[in-house]
Design a protein around this ligand. Structure first.
Ligand SMILES: [Zn+2]
Length: 157
């Protein structure tokens, strides 16, 4: 795995009793969106699941950040949970910012430290998101899902 610099924990969110996966993702999404609003950087996490002996599923996401305006490398599942194969992330800011070292590393040198990066679209998946695989975006008012550009769902707020 590529060294992406410091990966910091944001928070670990867990579903409540009888909370559906989508309701949980909406609630967790508001937390990571709030983090991005305060810090102007991306947050992300793998959606992870566990099942009790009766087959009842519960979910968890361990949100992390690389302090990057343009990307986020997910960390591991919380203890006792398994990956679902999908992720939830938030975009940083729609404002123009100066690239930091994490932006330089995560972009593979495309954005050199100190150069200007135009803001992200907080309301839509990026081309890179579609290329990276299925997952959710915590947009400012909606939970969005994509499994390819032609297969998108807006779950509302
Ligand atoms: Zn994205």
């Amino acid at each position: 795995m590529r060294d992406v610099g410091n990966q910091e924990d944001i928070s670990t969110e867990k579903s409540r009793a009888n909370e559906s996966e989508i309701d949980f993702l909406k609630r967790a999404g508001r937390e990571v969106r709030d983090f991005s609003d305060r810090n102007e950087v991306e947050g992300c996490g793998k959606i992870c699941v566990t099942e009790d002996p009766a087959g009842v599923k519960s979910y968890a996401i361990k949100f992390t950040t690389n302090d990057s305006h343009i990307g986020c490398a997910t960390g591991p599942c919380a203890d006792g949970y398994k990956e679902t194969g999908e992720t939830l992330h938030s975009h940083g800011t729609s404002s123009t910012v100066r690239a930091n070292v994490a932006d330089e590393v995560l972009s593979g040198g495309k954005y050199l430290q100190g150069t200007r990066i135009s803001g992200q679209d907080l309301f839509h998946f990026s081309a890179q998101d579609f290329a990276t695989g299925a997952g959710y975006l915590a947009a400012p008012h909606d939970l969005l899902y994509q499994k390819g550009e032609r297969n998108q769902i807006d779950y509302g707020n």
